[in-house]
Write a protein that binds this ligand. Structure first.
Ligand code: AMP
Ligand code: GLY
Length: 422
């Protein structure tokens, strides 16, 4: 079977390494990939958001299955275009990708189906935004939506901060916002493999979004993660699947936009159980780098089953060990950073038992490995529990020689404390 993998981050390296274990795989092609992905795949220089180029590549190479890593091509309708050409694709259609692309869409779906999430108002003017902020009171969460979505999310401690966020969003004509009740609790992520109808539990994880130790500093794409998430007991996972994920999948099918792909539920675990923070319509990054190394089943076979509506009665098995990953980023990230500095010691780190160094933003120049992104490497280690995984991961990180990079030294602190207690 010929598979085309779309994307170029650490998540795609983890997907490539896991797909490569399948006996059904004959060729793995990746577009555009990275030097880590290249250990398992033939690379093609087509960008992950070049929908026309990707469709052409899939046709030319007579690809049997396209696996899409990032959300951008999904939101742009890559899966719809491939399906029109009769090419099988793993990932949601553009209509189903609205679960990530539009916060207002998802909030309305939750409200219609009684799915537990924060109370909200969809605001189409600064006036409506101000009224919503005042109605909820501080703390309150202000999220840009629609055309303004790039302006992100502000968790406002005070009314002044919230009103400022509203003003910033509506400085753009045509902007929309979602104003939400603040949810207290601990965040965790749940992953499901979905075939349009059936949602199969596909692991859980927690990440560290802030740049610096102690969960301080600016928000990033994720500076590290671990799986499983100690806060998610078996009972909480079952509850979240039954009350949040499965009703969402059923609602999407009933509304004529069945969801196929990885559904990533960001959850807030509060005193009254899990509530939905947001959906992503793809795997997490760096969460893929801790969930996939624990998978004990054939990933390719499971993804194929998902594209055929064939997940009913199946189960994905994961090893009980903890996986923990530490992200190495370029100094300055998530702000401005330099590219092109040399990284040494990656091979030695990857030779340690249970360790994989996933490439996220690297390039090869002859024999040399250079940095070419904000998040550059994700160093994953397995351990009997979170503290052992943490020790193993940092032992590997310490073999990497990259003066222009940095990492957090406390990834997994919460889970390691829990494993030491328990
Ligand atoms: P989102 O892009 O919707 O996931 O929001 C980004 C981050 O903001 C989340 O990971 C949470 O840490 C925080 N957040 C979003 N919505 C809420 C909420 N209603 N209550 C508390 N924190 C929130
Ligand atoms: N690590 C967060 C994400 O993938 O969205």
């Amino acid at each position: 079977m010929i598979v085309l993998l779309v994307g170029s981050g650490g998540r795609e390296h983890a997907l490539a390494a896991t797909l490569a274990k399948s006996p059904r795989l004959t060729r793995l092609i990746a577009a555009p990939g990275n030097p880590g992905v290249a250990q398992h795949a033939e690379l093609r220089p087509v960008a992950a958001d070049d929908v026309d180029g990707l469709v052409r590549l899939a046709v030319d190479e007579k690809v049997d299955l396209v696996v899409v890593g990032p959300e951008a091509p999904l939101v742009l309708g890559l899966v719809d275009r491939l399906t029109e050409k009769g090419i099988r694709a793993f990932g949601p259609t553009a209509a189903a990708a609205r679960l990530e692309g539009s916060k207002a869409f998802t909030k309305a779906l939750c409200a219609r189906h009684g799915i537990p999430t924060a109370g909200y108002r969809h605001c189409r003017s600064a006036e409506e935004g101000r009224a919503a902020v005042e109605a909820f009171g501080a703390p309150v969460v202000v999220k840009a939506d629609g055309l303004a979505a790039g302006k992100g999310v502000v968790v406002a401690e005070t009314l002044e901060q919230a009103l400022e966020a509203v003003a910033a969003i509506f400085s753009d004509p045509g902007a929309e916002a979602v104003v939400e009740e603040f949810m207290a609790g601990e965040e965790a992520s749940l992953f499901a493999l979905v075939d349009g109808e059936t949602a199969l539990l596909f692991g859980d994880a927690q990440d560290h979004k802030r740049a610096f130790d102690g969960d301080k500093g600016p928000n990033t794409g994720g500076m590290g993660a671990y799986s499983p998430a100690p806060v998610l007991s078996h009972a909480l996972v079952e509850h979240a699947m039954a009350e949040i994920v499965r009703p969402t999948v059923t609602a999407m099918a009933e509304d004529g936009a069945p969801f196929v792909g990885f559904l990533y539920a960001g959850l807030m675990i509060g005193p009254n159980g899990p509530r939905l923070v947001e959906y992503n319509v793809r795997f997490g990054d760096p969460e893929a780098e801790v969930v996939l190394p624990r998978l004990q089943d054939d990933l390719l076979e499971l993804l194929l089953a998902a594209t055929e509506g064939g997940l009913k009665g199946r189960e994905a098995k994961f090893r009980p060990e903890t996986a923990l990953t530490v992200v190495l980023a370029a100094k300055g990230y998530p702000g401005e950073y330099a590219k092109g500095s040399e990284i040494k010691g990656v091979e030695a780190a990857g030779k340690r038992r249970g360790v994989t160094v996933f490439h996220a933003g690297t390039k090869r120049e002859g024999e040399r490995l250079l940095a070419k992104g904000g998040r550059v490497l994700a160093v994953t280690a397995l351990g009997a529990d979170a503290s052992e995984a943490q020790m193993n991961a940092y032992a590997a990180v310490d073999l990497i020689d990259w003066p222009d990079g940095f990492c957090r030294r406390d990834i997994g602190w919460r889970a390691a404390a829990a494993s030491e207690e328990g």
